[in-house]
Design a protein around this ligand. Structure first.
Ligand code: GLC
Length: 612
């Protein structure tokens, strides 16, 4: 078959997969062919801006939402214009004059006052907006939810730390990048001997071949559990529009092809059930863009990029139909699939035009002049009515419908003080691509440690095979991760950050009650354990018990000025080969610690210079 994977003809998503955040396909593999569809052969990496969600210094300062306002706001009754000619201070009474003169003066005073009031109003508004914009920059545009049920769920979600995102859809059949080959943007590679139209025809036709007779969601859930994962996000519909749930809005769905007569044809239901049974929080991935829908990509026009391909201003009725379709599909998910904790909405370019900012522009994708406003308030209110407290993650559209932020394939440089999650692939791809090299378990464990110390959660991506099973290599890798988490998990799950969250390869977390501080030291892959480890920051008080938690033994330690050194017993250094990270719990003698709400470490130093 023409498009069957042949390694060099298919596009695989790389370390920076395309989409909401970045536009880069996999490095190296994409050598374009002359005459191919890629209009920009030498330039497969569209420019990325430096500002992407959750990155850098987007920290919220607790309790200081509008810090600059007070500084700039003029005090009433005490405002002098720059020249000092006109001043409006409380004691500034005009001198008595003749009547006419008085009237004229009154009039001109009134005008001056009016002028001043308007000017003051104008400047106040500017200062206010400026302060607001500043705050938005500082907190990454994050808006804290007001609904108590949402707050509680968010807190509960923040305890889980490690989740699985499953990409499974039509693209799994040939084993190519998820949906993106359908899109005609210049960075996308395809077999150049086939026309775009033929390609699309072939892709839509894959529905005839998708018959996952070995569909085994219990195996997926078990693998996730074994990995130590605690929440799930499953692709109910990706950008290609193929539904992995039994929607009534379209026939383009798994429950309509060769799999229709299978008792588990309503795939999403069985995936959710299997994970729910193992105590996972349940998330539904749903793509706002739908490239199969005639109300999104209208075949009357070409489809040059990811956006709606007709002018919504000219055809509002068509866009309204798409909005209704989207609303109905999400409503089905919210009403017919049991309890759902997270509605994870992908395709951040489908958003109101006024929310398009530098961050969105930095993705390098085309931005049409019309608004692709899907009406989130309407969707969210329906979702919350059906699923009280559900977390809504309208990715990259920072604001009230993004209960946590989702940096993709990367970890923010610093700790962020609002809820966030890094989504990352176990291989190079979100979906199943045969032969896709997997990251080592140490690499994933190292990422998890860093993410958690910086206040986030890790959502790890796997892609089941077209027959419905998870590849044994993926299962194996997940097991290895779980082995580490089973003994070290107390420093990960249910923890909160400490003010000092990292020193080199040492990362810190603390228990929610602030009584125990954890130092997790990442050990480089393929290296032996050293006989001692040293770090700066979060130095323990005298009398603190430091335990190596994988062996449950107290270790000797000494404090030298601003550093601490812990000594590993020979029994440990000898027995632990290729150990990804050592975790120490630090419990102060008096066991008091600090309250987490102080957002400081439980083991901030007091003057203790002695060695133990
Ligand atoms: C990006 C990709 C999309 C993928 C998602 C997963 O948005 O474009 O294909 O599903 O990342 O996080």
């Amino acid at each position: 078959m023409l498009f069957r994977r042949s390694g060099k003809h298919v596009l695989v998503s790389g370390e920076h997969s395309p989409g909401s955040e970045k536009l880069r396909p996999k490095r190296g593999k994409l050598s374009p062919k002359p005459g191919g569809l890629c209009r920009n052969p030498g330039k497969l990496r569209p420019k990325r801006g430096s500002r992407s969600p959750g990155s850098g210094n987007l920290r919220r300062k607790p309790g200081s939402l509008c810090p600059r306002r007070g500084k700039h706001r003029p005090k009433s009754g005490n405002l002098s214009l720059s020249s000092g000619e006109v001043s409006l201070s409380s004691g500034n009474v005009p001198p008595a004059k003749g009547k006419v003169f008085e009237l004229a003066e009154n009039n001109s005073m009134t005008m001056i006052k009016k002028y001043l009031l308007v000017t003051i109003g104008f400047y106040c508004t500017c200062f206010f907006l400026h302060a607001q914009a500043d705050d938005t920059k500082r907190n990454g545009g994050y808006v804290w939810p007001a609904d108590t049920l949402v707050k509680n769920k968010l807190e509960h979600w923040e305890d889980q730390k490690f989740g699985m995102i499953i990409h499974w859809g039509l693209y799994s059949v040939p084993g190519i990048i998820e949906s993106w080959e359908l899109c005609s943007e210049p960075w996308i590679e395809r077999d150049s001997s086939v026309s775009y139209c033929d390609f699309k025809r072939w892709y839509w036709g894959l529905k005839k071949d998708f018959n996952p007779v070995k569909f085994n969601p219990e195996q997926w859930a078990q693998a996730a559990k074994d990995a130590g994962m605690r929440y799930l996000v499953f692709t109910t519909k990706h950008h290609d529009g193929f539904c992995m749930f039994d929607t009534k809005q379209t026939d383009f769905k798994i429950s309509n092809g060769p799999f229709a007569s299978n008792p588990k044809a309503d795939v999403a239901k069985y995936v959710f059930d299997a994970f729910r049974q193992k105590g996972f929080m349940i998330g539904a991935y749903f793509s706002k863009p739908d490239w199969h829908s005639q109300d999104f990509w209208w075949s009357k026009y070409a489809t040059p990029d990811r956006n709606v391909n007709y002018d919504i201003r000219k055809y509002p009725w068509k866009w309204n139909r798409f909005k209704q379709f989207t609303y109905n599909q999400i409503s089905e998910l919210m009403h017919n699939y049991g309890s759902i904790d997270i509605l994870w909405l992908d395709g951040g370019w489908v958003r109101p035009l006024e929310t398009v900012n530098e961050e969105v522009r930095s993705w390098g994708a085309a931005i049409p002049p019309w608004s692709q406003d899907i009406d989130m308030p309407h969707i969210a209110s329906m979702a919350r009515q059906a699923q009280p407290g559900i977390l809504i993650v309208d990715r990259t559209v920072h604001g009230p419908y993004e209960n946590y932020q989702t940096p993709e394939q990367r970890i923010p440089e610093t700790k962020l003080d609002f809820p966030w999650e890094s989504c990352m692939t176990l291989g190079n791809n979100w979906g199943y691509v045969p032969g896709d090299p997997l990251k080592s378990s140490a690499k994933i464990i190292h990422a998890l440690i860093e993410v958690v110390a910086k206040g986030g959660s890790l959502l790890l991506g796997v892609g089941p095979r077209p027959d419905g099973t998870l590849d044994s290599l993926q299962v194996q890798r997940l097991k290895e991760i779980g082995v580490w988490l089973r003994t070290n998990g107390q420093a990960i799950y249910n923890t909160r950050t400490t003010e000092i969250f990292q020193d080199g390869e040492t990362f810190f977390t603390q228990s929610k009650d602030g009584k125990t501080c954890y130092a997790i030291v990442r050990i480089p892959e393929n290296s032996k354990l050293p006989s001692s480890l040293t770090w700066r920051g979060n130095l323990p008080e005298k009398g603190t018990k430091i335990k190596l938690i994988n062996s449950n033994i107290s270790v000797k330690w000494g404090r030298y000025n601003d550093k601490i050194t812990v000594y590993l017993p020979v029994s440990v250094t000898k027995s632990k080969k290729d150990y990804p990270a050592l975790t120490f719990s630090l419990v102060p003698e008096r066991g008091t610690g600090m309250n987490v709400s102080d957002n400081k470490s439980a083991c901030i130093a007091v003057n203790c210079k002695e060695e133990q």
